[in-house]
Write a protein that binds this ligand. Structure first.
Ligand code: GLN
Length: 257
């Protein structure tokens, strides 16, 4: 059997990449290469269309309102419909902060302008204005991994701690079609009020956690990787790799608050 290959689309890597979000891509590459899994990266920027069959995983990172303004309209014109279809078809997707906001229904930015969202997640985000308190600092939350269709017995049964850093003005509220990704133990998450962090729909995860997220949360990194590969190859057993540095980073982040 030929080795599986993870095909990743990184959306707007130049415009949407703050607080080390690109580290998520480096982490996925490392976790594939350490296991003999191929890794193919395609960067898609302004004006470039997205084709769902060409990818197993879609990633997009955070950005300030200024960059989000241009990206929102390009996303709608060149990628949103195909992205929604791919998510319905089970593609894995990870969207951080600014991208998470733009993958909802709309983002009302700090100036009051309403930017259209790609509609991947049933949620909306409103920024109360430039004078409002930002949701900023280290964040710790608890993630309950959802069942994978084919191998529910392979799930980590326990709650998994997620650590990282958040910095956003926008407050996100989920609609009935999205469920929270995690519960906030320390920090703000979606809105600083209801204890929810991020959103999940099928194999798509949206989150406010930068940091970058995946390198110091290796259980989540492998869950994203497994979900991405499963759509094309069926369930694949990911062999354990040396995570001592990752787990030390995770433990250090837990002490940061
Ligand atoms: N501009 C958005 C906000 O402040 C997102 C910021 C980010 O991606 N860190 O809410």
């Amino acid at each position: 059997m030929t080795a599986p290959v993870l095909r990743v689309a990184h959306l707007y890597p130049r415009l949407m990449n703050i607080y080390g979000d690109r580290g998520n891509i480096m982490c996925l590459r490392h976790r594939c290469e350490a296991r003999g899994i191929g890794f193919e990266l395609t960067e898609l920027g302004m004006g470039e269309s997205f084709h769902g069959d060409a990818y197993d995983l879609v990633f997009a990172g955070g950005a300030q309102d200024r960059e989000q303004r241009g990206v929102a309209y390009d996303l709608l014109a060149t990628k949103a419909a195909a992205l929604r279809a791919a998510v319905e078809d089970g593609v894995a997707l990870l969207a951080v902060c600014g991208a998470y906001q733009l993958f909802g229904r709309f983002y009302r930015d700090a100036s009051g302008a309403e930017l259209p969202g790609a509609g991947v997640f049933d949620l909306s985000t409103e920024h109360p204005g430039v004078d409002a308190k930002r949701c900023i600092g280290n964040i710790i939350c608890e993630w309950q991994p959802a069942g994978r269709r084919s191998r529910p017995e392979a799930l980590p049964a326990a709650i998994v701690t997620i650590v990282g850093f958040e910095n956003h003005g926008g407050r996100t509220r989920l609609g009935p079609g999205a469920r929270p990704f995690a519960r906030v133990r320390h920090g703000f998450g979606n809105n600083g009020e209801d204890g929810s962090e991020g959103a999940v729909y099928r194999n798509a995860i949206g989150t406010y956690v930068h940091g970058s997220l995946l390198p110091k949360n290796p259980v989540l990194a492998d869950a994203v990787l497994a979900a991405a590969l499963e759509r094309r190859y069926g369930a694949i057993e990911l062999t354990p790799i040396d995570d001592r540095a990752e787990l030390r980073a995770h433990a250090a982040a837990l002490r940061l608050r």
